[in-house]
Design a protein around this ligand. Structure first.
Ligand code: GLA
Length: 393
């Protein structure tokens, strides 16, 4: 009996003890591109506590949370004044930020917030300049899980630098400073850099602690702007890795300025680009079409693929473009895009994608298998639309 007790102890209890004394593994932040919602694109300066709670409720009720959308991100205009100790307080739109975080967490979601390394944010609210450690600690105390840090008025400070190189270094230092402040809190907080893609941020965003970095100026709810941003991401794939993502800005799906084919292009391109998927619409007022676009699980699986390899352009013939992304299981997601407003036949050459023999082809948005194909695939693509394939040996 004694012998048995000893061995039971050795096999079951000791490993448990061992685990409890080993330091916890650091959480891999943003191992896949962050998914969630952000207030800016739809609510702009009108975001408040009630809006955020309603969006969190809708995220659950609509099925978005279960599809992977987790972060509820408050963008600019929540900031109030600093108190006598210099601690930032929310303005009257957000009576109790900790209570709001508790509410969002109780839904199985996470809460994000926004600030600037400059004295003022882009909407001219209080920024974090000179208060970085205090602000990071305040966010941690509230239970914040995500920070978007937007350059804004820091650019005015950079103008005082003696050279462009010195100005650039100031910016990098400012981003590192907040990263270190976030680390010091001990709370895992996703760090999202927003400086509009200046100075090839993709080359250094990771080195200043960014989990993602905006590669462009602001998106808007028009096909021309979305396409200008999305298709300009060619060549950035090599800078994305798990925990470090290129960010071509938040989604406009469901905001009403694009048609179904255009929003399908938006979602498809963002998934091929391993982009963060931050819905930017009002989640309490979604049509079944919008929910379908945002929650297609095969499209989300491409965006969230564990290998974290961003896709890139393979070929272009006028407005017809083929983009492809390698996936963890050896298959490829392939988008045949038509940037022309009228329908166009687009050709994908599977040999160019590394498939010399016959391949299985699935049409993702139509949700059906196209069978076995070899060599080339041609299809009519609607104006401003896309056909998304998953191709495997
Ligand atoms: C900048 C950012 C936007 C948004 C606004 C808020 O323009 O790029 O995404 O955060 O500021 O003022």
């Amino acid at each position: 009996m004694d012998w048995l007790r000893h061995h039971v102890l050795a096999v079951f209890v000791l490993p448990g003890l061992l685990l409890s004394v080993l330091p916890a593994q650091p959480v891999k932040l943003a191992a896949t591109p962050p998914m969630g919602w952000n207030s800016w694109n739809h609510f702009n300066k009108n975001v408040d506590d009630a809006t955020v709670r309603a969006q969190a409720d809708a995220m659950v009720a609509s099925g978005l949370r279960d599809a992977g959308y987790i972060y509820v991100n408050i963008d600019d205009t929540w900031e109030g004044e600093r108190d006598a100790k210099g601690l930032i307080r929310p303005n009257s739109k957000f009576p109790d930020m900790k209570a709001l975080a508790d509410y969002v967490h109780s839904k199985g979601l996470k809460l994000g917030i926004y600030s600037s390394p400059g004295p003022k944010t882009c909407a001219k609210y209080e920024g974090s300049y000179g208060h970085e450690e205090q602000d990071a600690q305040t966010y941690a105390d509230w239970g914040i899980d995500y920070l978007k840090y937007d350059l804004c008025s820091f650019r005015d400070l950079m103008k005082e630098a003696p050279s462009t190189e010195a100005a650039r270094q100031m910016m990098l230092d400012a981003y590192s400073k907040m990263h270190n402040a976030l680390l010091k809190t001990g709370r895992p907080i996703v760090y999202s850099l927003c400086q509009y893609g200046n100075d090839a941020v993709w080359q250094w965003g990771g080195s200043v602690g960014g989990n993602l970095w905006r590669t462009t100026g602001d998106i808007s709810d028009r096909y021309s702007r979305m396409a200008e941003i999305g298709f300009a991401q060619a060549g950035l794939a090599k800078y994305a890795t798990p925990g470090h993502w290129n960010d071509p800005d938040m989604l406009e799906v469901g905001n009403g300025g694009m048609n179904l084919e255009e929003y399908r292009t938006h979602m498809t391109l963002w998934a091929l680009l391993a982009s963060p998927l931050l819905a930017g619409n009002d989640l309490t007022k979604m049509t079944p079409e919008t929910i379908g676009l945002l929650t297609n699980h095969e499209v989300i699986a491409i965006d969230q693929d564990a290998a974290g390899l961003q896709g890139d352009r393979v070929s272009a013939e006028g407005p017809g473009e083929v983009w492809s992304r390698s996936l963890a299981d050896g298959s490829k997601a392939v988008g045949l895009f038509n940037r022309h407003p009228q329908p166009l036949e687009v050709l994908a050459d599977f040999r160019q994608l590394g498939f010399n023999g016959p391949v299985h082809v699935r049409d993702i948005w139509r949700g059906h298998d196209l069978g076995i194909i070899q060599g080339e695939f041609r299809t009519k693509v609607p104006g401003h639309g896309v056909v998304l394939l998953r191709v495997s040996k």
